[in-house]
Design a protein around this ligand. Structure first.
Ligand SMILES: *[C@@H]1O[C@H](CO)[C@@H](O)[C@H](O)[C@H]1NC(C)=O
Ligand SMILES: *[C@@H]1O[C@H](CO)[C@@H](O)[C@H](O)[C@H]1NC(C)=O
Ligand SMILES: *[C@@H]1O[C@H](CO)[C@@H](O)[C@H](O)[C@H]1NC(C)=O
Ligand SMILES: *[C@@H]1O[C@H](CO)[C@@H](O)[C@H](O)[C@H]1NC(C)=O
Ligand SMILES: *[C@@H]1O[C@H](CO)[C@@H](O)[C@H](O)[C@H]1NC(C)=O
Ligand SMILES: *[C@@H]1O[C@H](CO)[C@@H](O)[C@H](O)[C@H]1NC(C)=O
Ligand SMILES: *[C@@H]1O[C@H](CO)[C@@H](O)[C@H](O)[C@H]1NC(C)=O
Ligand SMILES: *[C@@H]1O[C@H](CO)[C@@H](O)[C@H](O)[C@H]1NC(C)=O
Ligand SMILES: *[C@@H]1O[C@H](CO)[C@@H](O)[C@H](O)[C@H]1NC(C)=O
Length: 651
């Protein structure tokens, strides 16, 4: 009993120990050692010193299914302190359950704070659920259900929203080594409505988003069932598994490679049957596999699983094409927002919602929508009905990039509304405008251009007037969007814009730009509004003529009416339409000197007079491969990089 003396010094054990002959309970004065075990009352679990697997020579105080010998340990006490021999498990004189090594050194303790009066009167009980509890009378002082690597029915993965206290699973380092590994599984402390597997501190896998409380039922081939339930409405939020009846033996564990696995014991084969819903398994399960602003599609091993969201394209197309999706996607057009401009949202159904959202409680659907609509930093939203059937539910809002979105989900799926663009003149919602609105828009743009050319404190040349830069508010009042926008685009896109035919010949050829260059762009825009045809479409279909060339041809043939959009041709006053067209042709003339000023344009648009000069043939009648210079014109003449102000209204 030399070891006892040694132990007395540290823990003041005062009993003479005897080997435990009890079934499921350990009391002061007894110990477990060697191949002796505690066995739970119905014989489901046993607790003793085991090797983690056949290849290991180390001993751990562990728990396993008693009837399935040599299968994995579901709980280990001294994970971090392996023993060379199966030594002592007992109650110490301070009332805690402890593990001592061969030299009687303390290697593990339940560390509960036990009152002095309880110290000689605690017991350790192995319950048939697999929970080892330290008790004093009816009070639980400590329990092993604070899990390591295995969830059994009844174990909760949890997070206390008030105290921040968490219960997570921690993987083993290896199958033969229960020391804490790299992976942990737990509830997201930032928004406690989803779970994560972290690899060290990096997100590795993210679960679906669980709003409120619910239970998902799973059926295995044998017909037995288990459930995953969650309640994220309470202060102590949790995820837990349960089984349909106690004959179903379920274990859910985080394996050393970071995969969470659900396994059911099969009586027939005497093995653990792994169910098909382990995670991560698919590319889409790995956190942010497709980078920002993209959707991942499951089961796409051959083709690309990643797809940019509507309105986005690959940030680095070359990398994307070879399967490097990490940089994700960026907006094709700068998002126009604010100033009363209405934004459009595209609805994506049945997705795993992306990460990094904010929860706004107690909102109606329309409040949720309008809060996102009104805040330009809001990139997406989603509304989830309250479970009590009221129309006050939960609003989820995103304020940045959309990360880790998976499409076409069959379970735990949600819809999401993603902000796509403002109400630009060229957006599809605005194609079918009546004639009166078109005139209103034309006049609004002309006034805006006049204002910036003549009356603004800084005499400004816009340099990038085009349909997509004209924003319409809810009353269809045009607002010419900010300068400098094109500068944000990547170089190749900027060139695409200059190719789209709003560019005056002097700018295209020499990089010269002045007010009359804006007038040219205005003329092209005017033709687009009248004809309802997009200048760029003439390129797309390899039409030999430009929009101006096509309109000019019809005009010269006396068929000017054919230029007018068929949608408004019947309703529009012909003289007004033809006058607009005449002004447009004057604006797109080759020589800037021949083009009117914006002041003259406004005068002409508003006066019924036939004394307009006849227009000369427009610049760029037809496409020629060399008509547009390859390199971007230098911006030395009129550098306006600093002018990222919004344009005041011209009235
Ligand atoms: C336990 O160990 C003893 C001696 O080390 C051995 O005789 C006995 O067979 C073992 N019992 C079991 C169930 O393995
Ligand atoms: C034990 O080691 C052998 C040989 O390396 C290996 O084949 C076997 O799979 C290992 N067993 C376990 C449970 O890891
Ligand atoms: C018990 O406390 C000791 C000392 O504070 C600590 O090293 C050990 O990890 C604790 N054990 C458990 C199981 O919490
Ligand atoms: C525990 O019991 C022993 C002997 O039975 C006694 O000497 C000791 O004072 C008790 N400890 C406490 C904290 O009550
Ligand atoms: C498996 O077998 C045990 C007895 O060997 C029995 O109690 C249990 O109900 C069986 N479980 C199932 C799911 O059939
Ligand atoms: C993937 O693309 C990014 C961005 O271009 C680059 O930094 C990274 O090195 C690429 N990764 C691989 C594996 O090529
Ligand atoms: C939501 O409204 C309910 C009922 O009005 C209230 O009890 C609850 O505290 C509110 N929750 C939040 C987060 O404001
Ligand atoms: C938009 O929402 C963000 C995040 O909630 C907030 O910080 C910001 O103040 C809001 N902006 C406006 C204009 O309401
Ligand atoms: C979505 O999933 C369903 C069912 O798995 C499948 O039939 C359908 O083709 C999928 N749709 C897409 C767009 O992948």
């Amino acid at each position: 009993m030399g070891w006892l003396l040694c132990y007395l010094v540290t823990l003041l054990v005062s009993h003479i120990l005897s080997l435990c002959t009890c079934q499921d309970k350990i009391v002061p004065g007894q110990y477990i050692g060697g191949n002796h075990t505690l066995v739970s009352s119905l014989g489901t679990f046993s607790l003793g010193f085991f090797n983690p697997n056949e290849n290991s020579t180390k001993y751990f105080l562990g728990m396993r299914f008693n009837k399935f010998p040599n299968t994995a340990l579901v709980w280990v006490a001294n994970r971090e302190s392996p023993l060379d021999s199966p030594d002592f498990f007992m109650l110490s004189s301070d009332g805690n359950l402890v593990v001592l090594d061969q030299t009687r050194k303390l290697v593990w303790s339940t560390n509960a704070s036990v009152s002095a009066s309880a110290m000689n009167h605690t017991t350790g009980l192995l319950e048939d659920t697999g929970n080892l509890v330290l008790r004093f009378e009816e009070v639980t002082l400590w329990e092993s259900f604070d899990p390591c690597d295995t969830m059994l029915p009844g174990i909760k993965i949890s997070l206390n929203k008030k105290t921040g206290q968490q219960r997570r699973l921690t993987s083993w380092a290896a199958l033969d080594d229960p020391q804490p590994g790299k992976f942990t599984f737990g509830i997201d402390p930032k928004v406690p409505v989803q779970a994560f597997i972290w690899k060290e501190t990096t997100p590795y896998y993210r679960s679906s988003v669980y709003i409120g409380k619910d239970t998902a039922h799973f059926q295995n081939p044998g017909g037995t069932a288990f459930f995953l339930s969650y309640n994220f409405d309470v202060d102590d939020v949790y995820l837990a598994y349960s089984v349909s009846d106690s004959s179903v033996k379920l274990r859910v564990w985080l394996d050393p490679t970071g995969q969470i696995k659900q396994q059911l014991w099969q009586n027939s084969s005497k093995t653990w049957l792994e169910l098909g819903n382990s995670r991560p398994v698919d590319n889409c399960d790995f956190y942010a596999h497709c980078g920002p602003n993209s959707a991942c599609r499951r089961g796409e091993p051959l083709s690309s699983p990643c797809k940019c969201l509507t309105g986005f394209s690959a940030k680095f197309p070359n990398q994307w094409a070879v399967g490097n999706w990490s940089s994700g996607c960026v907006r094709e057009k700068v998002l126009t927002c604010g100033n009363g401009i209405k934004s459009y949202f595209s609805k994506l159904e049945r997705v795993k919602l992306p990460d990094h959202f904010v929860l706004l409680n107690n909102r109606s659907m329309s409040e949720c929508e309008s809060e996102c609509q009104q805040n330009c930093s809001c990139t997406a939203y989603n509304y989830v009905d309250a479970t009590d059937g009221s129309n006050i539910g939960t609003c989820l809002a995103w304020f940045g990039e959309l990360l880790d979105l998976e499409e076409n989900k069959t379970i735990f799926a949600n819809d999401i509304y993603i902000r796509v663009h403002g109400s630009e003149l060229d957006s599809s919602e605005n194609i079918k405008l009546e004639w009166g609105k078109r005139i209103q828009i034309i006049e609004g743009i002309a006034q805006g251009m006049l204002y910036i050319h003549k009356y603004s404190r800084l005499k400004i040349i816009h340099r990038d007037l085009k349909a997509s830069n004209v924003l319409l508010d809810e009353k269809m009042k045009p607002r010419i969007s900010d300068f400098g926008m094109a500068k944000i685009f990547e170089k190749n896109q900027t060139e695409a814009n200059t190719n789209s035919g709003y560019m005056s010949p002097e700018y295209a050829k020499y990089g010269h730009f002045f007010e009359k260059s804006d007038v040219f762009s205005f003329g092209v825009l005017l033709l687009e509004i009248i004809s309802g045809k997009r200048n760029a479409a003439f390129y797309r279909f390899e039409h030999p003529l430009t929009l101006a060339g096509w309109a000019w041809k019809l005009w010269k043939e006396g068929r000017g009416m054919k230029v007018i959009d068929a949608y408004v041709r019947k309703e529009c006053p012909f003289d007004e339409a033809l006058r607009c067209m005449h002004v447009a042709f004057l604006c797109v003339q080759e020589d800037p000197i021949d083009r009117p000023t914006m002041a003259t344009v406004i005068h002409m648009l508003g006066h019924e007079t036939t004394s307009f000069p006849p227009p000369k043939e427009p610049a760029f009648l037809a496409h020629s491969n060399s008509s547009v210079v390859g390199s971007s014109p230098s911006s030395s003449t009129f550098s306006n990089n600093a002018l990222t102000i919004s344009i005041p209204e011209g009235r």
